[in-house]
Design a protein around this ligand. Sequence first.
Ligand SMILES: *Cc1c(COP(=O)(O)O)cnc(C)c1O
Length: 359
Amino acid sequence: MAFTLNSYPVVYRAKYTESGGWTEEFIEKPHKTPQEEAQLPKTEATALSDSRNFYNDMPLVNYTTQYGLGCFEGLKALPQKNGGFAIFRPGENGKRFHNSMKGLFMPPFPADIFVKAAVEMIRRNINLGFCPSYKAEWEKDSFMNADSIYIRPFSYSEGGIGVNISKEPWVIMIGTPVSAYFSGGSSDALVTDRIRATPKGTGWIKADSNYVIAALAKHEAVEQGYMECIFLDAVDRKYVEEGSSSNIFFYLKSGELITPELGDTILPGITRLSLMELARDRGVKVVERKIAIDEIFSEAKECFVSGTAAGAVPISSITHNGKKATFTFPGELSSELQKTLKGMQYGLIPDTKGWLTKI
Ligand SMILES: *Cc1c(COP(=O)(O)O)cnc(C)c1O
């Protein structure tokens, strides 16, 4: 599996106290050398990996475990063609994490500390030898099967049982190796009638609680042979919002690239932001607006979803109420955007945007 947890040994942890603010630490969890670990029998390797995911000094019963009060981030450190590693737009993730915590009435974690912590956590793991190495063969299929380090920052609340906000949370960052996210198979999407986010809700926050509905709807879609589910808006039940954990784009016959406008129900993706800029650079007219599912059936020639895990992923069809809209697959624009984005991320083409933070 491409997206499994095998936490690297060095973890970052910060804790907020109302009297002292944020205090930081790097924790080195149990490990051997990567070479020794690769030689371990399966059960021992799993036990060692699991031990890095356990903490005996954090409360079990709290607002995160009981009520899903928490938020998280996802970003990547990528091995570079010319050596070394770089993190893609960590400042943007830092800002979003800050906004998420604020939106959940937690003490917001400063974005600059977020970036420094991510860089240092990855650096320490690399120094222990825990990192993938760049392979020229990845260039052949635009890094479709390339490895990277996934960084998962998240909040975790102090102990408590009543429904409440978190005043003294932890912020933790772990790294885990990843390869291709959507690993082959179906490229079809299914419109779900479940509702992911409502106006005045938390859809715009990368909040833990949003992903229960997303996981259920995605599971239902996958059970029926689809790759992804697509959510419609909660009020009119006709405007496309996004996927389970990805934003969505439609390239219309008119030549316009449309992505649903942000509000309080759509997650402001950093890949979304980056792809809009890369499309504009190519001279494509990019418009953020509401787009009805009916319009997609008549006007869209290409569709792709976007997110950190996979970049720009082409969608071959969308099924809604038993009817199927089909798209050029893989579309020319999505392929070109994916190629540019991945090329930049892995240092194959120059980072003209200043999007990479070197480690
Ligand atoms: C994380 C996420 C995205 C994609 O955001 P990126 O910053 O591009 O990774 C889109 N939609 C949802 C619901 C998400 O959770």
